[in-house]
Design a protein around this ligand. Structure first.
Ligand SMILES: [Cu+2]
Length: 146
């Protein structure tokens, strides 16, 4: 008799676990639907910078703009990909926020004061080409081997 009770308890416990999993899945899919309803504007533009620290500063500045959902700066291409809610912000606000952190964008020159406060390795060349193909590094690598 005890064994029966025990197995009933196990079955009940298993049922509880699977119910929890289902509930979790429902929440996740609802969240996906909600984000799917917001039409995000995606765009990319040139931003100068040198390294991984530049990347975090640039992305942090872009992400701090209300309405920005995603920001990803490419160190090789000197270019940022952003996704934002066009009803909350616009491209120019993102350009300005990045410039305020010390970095030049295609449209707005970086703040000189912020630039001076960047770590030495991050004080990029103001004549640096933006929107590069990203293949320069690979080519240089090949030459090195020859
Ligand atoms: Cu840097």
């Amino acid at each position: 008799m005890k064994k029966v009770i025990l197995s009933v308890a196990i079955v009940a416990a298993l049922g509880l676990v699977s119910c929890k999993n289902e509930a979790k899945n429902e929440v996740e899919s609802t969240q996906t639907e909600i984000t799917g309803e917001v039409a995000l504007t995606e765009m990319s533009f040139g931003v100068r910078g040198n390294c991984g620290m530049c990347k975090s500063t640039i992305e942090k500045a872009a992400n701090a703009v209300e309405g920005v959902a995603q920001a990803n700066w490419d160190v090789n291409k000197k270019k940022i990909d952003v996704a934002f809610d066009g009803s909350k912000t616009d491209a120019m606000a993102i350009h300005k926020a990045i410039a305020a952190s010390g970095y030049d964008t295609e449209k707005v020159a970086g703040s000189e004061d912020a630039y001076k406060n960047l770590p030495g390795c991050c004080q990029y060349d103001h004549t640096m080409e933006m929107n590069q193909s990203g293949e320069h590094k690979a080519e240089a690598h090949d030459e090195h081997h020859m």
